[in-house]
Structure formats: structure tokens, C-alpha cells
Design a protein around this ligand. Structure first.
Ligand SMILES: [Zn+2]
Ligand SMILES: [Zn+2]
Length: 310
């Protein structure tokens, strides 16, 4: 019996600062969060919500002068988002997810969406991002154990291990090319990406990604979905079937800001309906649950004791 994992990059505005992304996605971030949480509750599907740590806050000085990147990194808080706290903070949204009876996992997506895999991100910056995120958590009963790298750019895994993280979402075994995306509906779909979690040299469990549920966007998508069934739904169904029939993990991921309108909601509802229909044949697990299972199966890991955050 295999597993299905869903991880969510929960950012509100923080995936959008200092980069040029579609405004409609930014404006969908908060309502999309609630829609996504609602669908998870409706179908009883737990997910790993990887939260940008700044969202735990209720207020800040907007400058973060002692952050290694300095106030310039937080310029959006001082300028275009100065009167938009709903993009910068989200403690009540997080609390609703944390309290949901569906038993979601709360994970970490850094403090301010610094990309750990970039060469300019020093160890000091990565350490600062993790320490600030851990310090922002307001509930003593919540320990962050799962990590999702911004931009899926893996880096500074040794520092994750230092601070008690147990797993991360690694890059998948390859996403389809643009040509494959366009032709998939007519000449057959690529094989679903079942993944096998592994323990790295720091004792962290890598739970690689299988499918971005909203990667297939733009003109090509509109072209084929007008004529054929949604190819992402088909890929998700195949992955769920593969997990039900095998031993691997099918790991889907998405952003709350993907929920721009009805087609996006309909896509996830269709995937969740199918997952729900097959739940007797597979496990629906969080990243943390996968990591615990993999560690238990393989015996004690070489991970060091977590450091305190100060
Ligand atoms: Zn701030
Ligand atoms: Zn992100």
C-alpha cells in the first residue's frame, strides 16, 4: 500500500514580494487559503501546510533591520503593502488550520521567503530565517518538523537538521516539458511520478515532489482543456492509482493563491473526490508522518539533537 501526500506553500503576499507575478494570484492568496482549507475539511484530507513564518506575526516594525538582508528586503511592507496587513500577517488563518480536526501538519517555508538554494543566500541568512520562523510560532504545542524550500531550491540542509527539522520536499524526478504538456492529451500521459523518500546525510527525510497541481497553466492549458479533459486531473488520478497499487509516495503540491476562480476549485475538488474514493486502498499522510514512518522503518538516524533557537 502506497501513500498520497499533499503539501501547501502557504505564503499570502510573501511569495510575491520582490518579483513580478500576476496580480490576480496575489489577490487570490487569502480567499484561496480559505477555499483550500475548506476543501480539505470537506473531504477529510490532511495536508502539510508549509507556512512563511512572518505570517505567524500580528504586527512588526516593517524594517527588520537586524535581518541579514536588511530593511530593503522588506521594502514591500514599508511601501505598497503598508496598508495591506492581510498580505503580511495571517495568525488567525494559521490557527484555523492548526485547530482543524482533519489533523493538518504545520511546517515551515522560511520566515520571509528567502530562496535557500541561491548562491547569495549565506548560512547566516538561512539560519536567521529559520530562527525567526521558529521564534514567531505562538503555540508551545507546535513544533515545526517539515520544511518546504522557496522556489523548491534546496540548500543549507545541515542548518535544517540543526534546528530539529526532520524532512523536506525535494525536487521531483522531472516535470514534463512544454511539448509533453501540449501533446499529453492526445498521445498519452507521462507515467505518474511515484517517489521514494530517502534519508540524507544529515538524517533528514527527503519527500520528493511528484506533481504541481497548478503547473500546467497559460495558453497551452486553455487550448487543450477546451477540447479534452483536464490533463492535470488525469495525471493526479494516475498517480493516486499508482499509490494504491504500489508502495511509493505520490506527492502533490500547490499554493493557496492558485485558487483564482471556479476552474481551479473544480480541479482540486475532482482530485479530492477521486482520492476520497480510493482511500481504503492507500494512506493519506502528511510529510511529517512519512518522515516518521521512514525513520521508524530504517532504525535510528544520525541526526543530532536540535539546537535551541537562541
Ligand atoms: Zn514585517
Ligand atoms: Zn513559496
Amino acid at each position: 500500500m502506497g501513500s498520497v501526500v499533499i503539501s501547501i506553500d502557504a505564503e499570502l503576499g510573501w511569495g510575491f514580494h520582490r518579483r513580478d507575478l500576476p496580480q490576480e494570484r496575489l489577490e487570490s492568496a487569502r480567499v484561496g487559503w480559505k477555499r483550500l482549507a475548506g476543501l480539505c475539511s470537506e473531504y477529510g484530507i490532511p495536508a502539510t501546510w508549509a507556512i512563511v513564518g512572518h505570517l505567524f506575526l500580528s504586527n512588526c516594525d516593517t524594517r527588520h533591520a537586524d535581518h541579514p538582508r536588511g530593511p530593503e528586503w522588506f521594502r514591500c511592507e514599508q511601501e505598497e503593502w503598508a496598508d495591506r496587513p492581510s498580505l503580511r500577517y495571517g495568525p488567525h488563518l494559521i490557527a484555523d488550520v492548526f485547530d482543524d480536526p482533519v489533523a493538518h501538519e504545520i511546517g515551515c517555508h522560511t520566515f520571509s521567503h528567502v530562496s535557500f538554494g541561491r548562491p547569495e543566500t549565506t548560512a547566516a541568512t538561512a539560519r536567521s530565517e529559520i530562527k525567526r520562523c521558529l521564534a514567531a510560532v505562538p503555540w508551545t504545542e507546535l513544533s515545526l518538523r517539515s520544511f518546504v524550500f522557496p522556489d523548491n531550491a534546496v540548500g543549507h540542509r545541515d542548518i535544517l537538521a540543526e534546528y530539529g527539522f526532520e524532512c523536506y520536499r525535494g525536487p521531483g524526478p522531472g516535470s514534463p516539458t512544454r511539448f509533453e504538456k501540449v501533446t499529453a492529451a492526445t498521445v498519452g500521459m507521462p507515467q505518474p511520478n511515484l517517489v521514494t523518500p530517502s534519508i540524507d546525510e544529515y538524517g533528514l527525510v527527503n519527500v520528493p515532489a511528484s506533481l504541481n497541481l497548478f503547473s500546467f497553466e497559460g495558453r497551452a492549458k486553455r487550448l487543450v482543456t477546451r477540447l479534452f479533459e483536464d490533463p492535470i486531473v488525469e495525471r493526479a488520478r494516475r498517480g493516486i492509482d499508482a499509490a494504491a497499487n504500489g508502495d511509493g509516495v505520490f506527492h502533490m503540491w500547490l499554493h493557496p493563491s492558485d485558487f483564482i476562480g471556479r476552474p481551479e476549485i473544480a480541479r482540486l475538488r475532482t482530485v479530492f473526490e477521486y482520492l476520497d474514493s480510493r482511500r481504503q486502498d492507500l494512506r493519506i499522510e502528511t510529510m511529517g508522518a512519512v518522515a516518521k514512518r521512514v525513520r521508524d522503518e530504517r532504525g535510528p538516524s544520525p541526526a543530532s539533537e536540535p539546537r535551541s533557537i537562541d
